[in-house]
Design a protein around this ligand. Structure first.
Ligand SMILES: Cc1cc2nc3c(=O)[nH]c(=O)nc-3n(C[C@H](O)[C@H](O)[C@H](O)COP(=O)(O)O)c2cc1C
Length: 329
């Protein structure tokens, strides 16, 4: 009988399928449904730094208090009682009380602002780990890429200076050298990486000539980017990689584990199909393991990482060249 238990960031997950951060992980009822359907762990909906700072600014404007560095701590404790932060801490505590699977909190960071206090509160509220969903806006023409990357390292260092729970960095795929950048995130103190976030996208309506939101949910084929980078990075360090984006079924989950992922996160599949998808994925994984004679996930994790692959160069191939020639028509 295949054993789906797996270790992750020092915890034991009943299976490697995590519910990724989304509306599905934003309230207790939904979290309980996820556990009832067999999820291996949950990443709570992010607490958004932008939202927190906006609230603070709105309140300070109204009250005539000047928004400044010194006041932030004071205001954070005020908001802790009154607004989102307090509610978020409550959700962590309730989730920890009511669920048996690990509860990972999440903060969306857009700067290395002085909000480590929130990270510390998250740890105090009982979260098993903290995922930092980081995206430093790269939209200013005069800001160098190294300055942007340093901001990511700064965030990790600051958070790690105040919490002892594991902290993972959830990043997007848009870096010139993901390898070097990832290593520096770990050197800054990250305990693991989540590859990759999928961002809100903008689309055009060509009838009204206005902008509109792009697809909320991933397509199944989107998994190839995290698959490649999980396979490439797995051989570079021992820190756990969590694969995310485009994981819609059991086969894709198996591929990510073969590439070397320690766990996988699913969101779009749960929205697009139903929570039954969790059981389907687990059963596909267990059946496949039995077929192949693997008793535990560690028996095959990373078996198809770049260095263990029969054709390591395949992972670095990006141009079609010959394949174009092979295409007919
Ligand atoms: C409705 C919705 C809400 C989301 N909210 C968050 C969030 O609060 N924090 C976060 O880190 N990611 C958030 N995400 C991104 C997901 O966690 C995930 O990274 C992304 O959807 C790609 O995974 P998927 O292909 O399984 O959907 C959200 C995604 C969706 C669709």
């Amino acid at each position: 009988m295949a054993d789906l238990h797996t270790s992750y960031l020092g915890m034991t997950l009943p299976n490697p399928i995590l519910a990724g951060s989304s509306g599905l992980t934003g309230n207790l009822t939904s979290l309980k449904h996820l556990e009832e359907h067999g999820i291996g762990g949950v990443v709570l909906k992010s607490l958004f730094e932008e939202q927190i700072l906006q609230q603070i600014r709105r309140e300070t404007d109204k009250g005539g208090v000047i928004y400044g560095y010194e006041q932030i701590d004071e205001y954070l404790s005020y908001f802790e009682r009154k607004h989102e932060i307090g509610k978020y801490m409550e959700l962590i505590t309730q989730a920890k009380n009511e669920l048996t699977v690990p509860v990972i909190a999440s903060i969306n960071c857009v700067s290395a602002a002085e909000w480590q206090q929130i990270a510390a509160q998250i740890a105090e509220a009982g979260a098993d780990a903290l995922q930092l969903n980081m995206f430093i806006p790269p939209f200013l023409p005069d800001v160098e890429s190294s300055d942007i990357e340093n901001e990511y390292f700064e965030i990790i260092k600051k958070v790690k200076s105040v919490v002892s729970i594991p902290v993972t960095a959830k990043i997007g795929p848009y870096f010139t050298s993901i390898l070097s950048f990832s290593k520096k995130l770990l050197a800054a103190g990250a305990d693991g990486l989540v590859l990759f976030n999928r961002y809100y996208s903008t689309d055009f309506d060509i009838e009204t000539l206005s902008t509109k939101v792009g697809d909320y949910f991933s397509q199944a084929g989107e998994y190839s980017l995290p698959l490649r980078w999980t396979a490439l990075l797995h051989d570079q360090f021992s820190a756990p990689i969590t694969a995310a984006t485009g994981i819609h079924d059991g086969d894709t989950a198996i591929k990510m584990l073969l590439a070397g992922a320690s766990a996988i996160e699913v969101v779009s599949a749960l929205y697009s199909y139903s929570l039954e998808r969790i059981a389907e994925m687990k059963s596909r994984l267990a059946n496949w393991m039995e077929q192949k004679g693997y008793e535990t996930i560690d028996n095959f994790r990373g078996l198809m990482s770049q260095q263990r692959s029969a054709v390591p160069a395949e992972f670095q191939r990006v141009q079609y060249m010959k394949s174009y020639g092979d295409l007919k028509g």
